[in-house]
Design a protein around this ligand. Structure first.
Ligand SMILES: [Zn+2]
Length: 69
């Protein structure tokens, strides 16, 4: 993983783009949205995985029920 270095809009020094506060001047920073987006994506991916997993489990159960008849 690489660090994303951006310039602080308040003091112009280098900060990481996921920081919400400049470590040099204490100014408020706007994170470029990588983390919130990742968290959202992760949630969606997890939800999709659970849905697919549940669908596969139900399908398998139904298949086994019919297979055993
Ligand atoms: Zn700063």
């Amino acid at each position: 993983m690489r660090n994303h270095i951006v310039g602080c809009p308040h003091c112009g020094r280098q900060v990481l783009d996921h920081m919400t506060e400049c470590p040099h001047c204490g100014g408020e920073l706007k994170p470029s949205g990588y983390r919130p987006m990742d968290a959202k994506k992760l949630k969606i991916v997890k939800a999709v995985c659970y849905s697919v997993g549940a669908a596969v489990a139900v399908g398998l159960a139904v298949f086994l029920l019919f297979f055993r008849k």
